[in-house]
Design a protein around this ligand. Structure first.
Ligand code: NAD
Length: 476
């Protein structure tokens, strides 16, 4: 018997795309045009560090320019390669189309282990990489706008945006060249938490549809659901924190690079995060069982599995043993195409990456708009809104006095109602709206077509349809 070969990440994305495209009626040749990556730039540059020149390799891939600027994160990891960057760029095209952010797809990466460098060295490397990209308009507010991804965060984004601004001193929109910046460098409230917050909103929306919940063999709401999360980095930490603190879910397992924690009674996410910050990993964390073999916990009993670290972690070797009836792909590409097929046959419901982790790009879109409009969201209307609410509250207070003991306002109603929305509230509201609408567009295809068995295929169909309409509007 010949062993079935595990497809690469890039092959997985193509296979999933092809599955959906074969169910659509696209004009001849358009399918191929949408699928292929337009261009990938490879750069090798030198930086003098510790008395010698170190050479680094970086990539920026542009998948589709049906809308510009193109958008996508920059990843710092040793495993970064052209295939991975191209797969991630393609996913960005479909993701942006699905959540209706007006961007084409792009992605970048630098082959580096950031933990091996001091902060000032990382700044030198990042600025040099940004210089190489900006020189070719691969960082540019109207053409290509990077954001954080694995191994990068606000700090790196601030360096990149500043590097662009130094090279384009008269560009009034320089701050819109990069998103995911810190607030004091033109960032937006709620960007750091955005992808994790999006996971929470996605799950809330899923649980608003009993028919869908039933497909996963589950019932009820998020309250009390047992969750296992892989990767307690930016995305995994925020998702696990919000779901446990605000929705009553129980985090029973946390998988990190140095093993996994398991406790059926629940694990305190904040305290594990603090432990990781202090000790570098989860080993020896006192309030849970530690197993050195993290992969075992991926296969443990739970209601919801949240892979939020790497791609390809659920593959042909373990898919059959995954017990979670519901998987939400917080990471990009955590389930290979082969595993996807096995899980589909088992009846596992997968909320696909293209939708699930779109919170990051959605709030990046808000940040880009903020940078282009040069004003904080809510600045014009907040006090006006409060003044109008004041009118209603004073009328209610009059009624309260008039009715005496028969009726009174709920104690904290006044404080809550009087408060006008600040930027963070507006960002969360925009993100919630985006996640709800995108889910509904996927589920409509999922439920209305007999030939669409899963949410991933539905997501691809919605995205490909929108990209193809864009191409047709351009006359292609
Ligand atoms: P991050 O670097 O902040 O966190 C990754 C976490 O995974 C770290 O805690 C790391 O220790 C852990 N990890 C590494 N190797 C592991 C292993 N073998 N097993 C278990 N855990 C391991 O990265 P992030 O920004 O949270 O990104 C995670 C995933 O989410 C990536 O796939 C990324 O592409 C995707 N994503 C991120 C964003 C964003 O806004 N940051 C947006 C969309 C998608």
């Amino acid at each position: 018997m010949t062993a079935i070969k595990e497809p690469s990440f890039r092959e997985s994305v193509d296979l999933m795309f092809n599955r959906a495209a074969s169910l659509m009626d696209l004009p001849p040749g358009l399918e191929e045009k949408i699928r292929v990556c337009n261009a990938t730039y490879t750069v090798r540059f030198g930086v003098r560090l510790r008395g010698e020149i170190h050479t680094f390799t970086g990539y920026r891939s542009v998948h589709s320019e049906h809308m510009e600027p193109v958008k996508g994160g920059i990843r710092y990891a040793l495993a970064v390669n052209q295939d991975e960057v191209e797969a991630l760029a393609a996913l960005m095209t479909y993701k942006c189309a699905l959540v209706e952010t007006p961007f084409g797809g792009s992605k970048g990466g630098l082959c580096i282990d950031p933990r091996q460098y001091e902060e000032h060295e990382l700044e030198q490397i990042t600025r040099r990489f940004a210089y190489e990209l900006a020189k070719r308009d691969l960082i540019n507010p109207s053409q290509n706008v990077p954001a954080p991804d694995m191994g990068t965060g606000e700090r790196e984004m601030a360096w990149m945006a500043d590097q662009y601004a130094r090279m384009n001193t008269t560009d009034i929109n320089a701050r819109a060249s990069v998103t995911g910046k810190p607030l004091n460098a033109g960032g937006i409230s709620g960007r750091v938490e955005a992808t994790g917050r999006g996971i929470q909103y996605a799950l809330r929306e899923f649980f608003r549809h009993p028919e869908d919940v039933q497909k996963a063999g589950l019932s009820g709401k998020l309250d009390g659901k047992r969750i296992i999360v892989q990767g307690l980095g930016n995305v995994g930490y925020h998702a696990a924190k919000f779901l446990s603190e605000e929705d009553g879910s129980r985090i029973v397992g946390i998988i990190e690079w140095d093993g996994a924690l398991y406790n059926p009674d629940g694990i305190d996410v904040e305290s594990v995060r603090q432990w990781i910050v202090k000790h570098g990993g989860v080993s020896n964390y006192p309030d849970a069982t530690h197993s050195a073999e993290g992969g075992e916990v991926l296969e443990a009993e739970c209601d919801i599995l949240i892979p939020a670290a790497l791609e390809g972690v659920i593959n042909l070797s373990n898919a059959e043993r995954i017990k979670a009836p519901l998987i939400i792909e917080a990471a990009n590409g955590p389930v290979t195409a082969g595993a996807d097929e096995i899980l589909r046959k088992k009846g596992t419901v997968i909320i696909p990456d293209m939708y699930a982790n779109a919170g990051g790009v959605t709030v990046s879109y808000f940040e880009w708009v903020k940078n282009l409009s040069h004003i904080r969201f809510g600045r014009m209307q907040r006090r006006q809104e409060e003044a109008r609410h004041e009118l209603i509250v004073s009328e209610l207070e009059r009624l309260d006095r008039y009715l005496g003991d028969a009726w009174s306002m709920t104690p904290d109603f006044k404080t809550k109602y009087l408060k006008g929305a600040d930027e963070l509230e507006l960002v969360r509201s925009g993100l919630d709206d985006t996640m709800r609408i995108a889910y509904q567009s996927m589920r409509e295809v999922w439920h209305s077509r007999d030939d669409v068995e899963d949410l991933r295929t539905a997501a691809y169909i919605v995205a490909i349809d929108r990209v193809s309409k864009s191409y047709r509007a351009k006359g292609l």
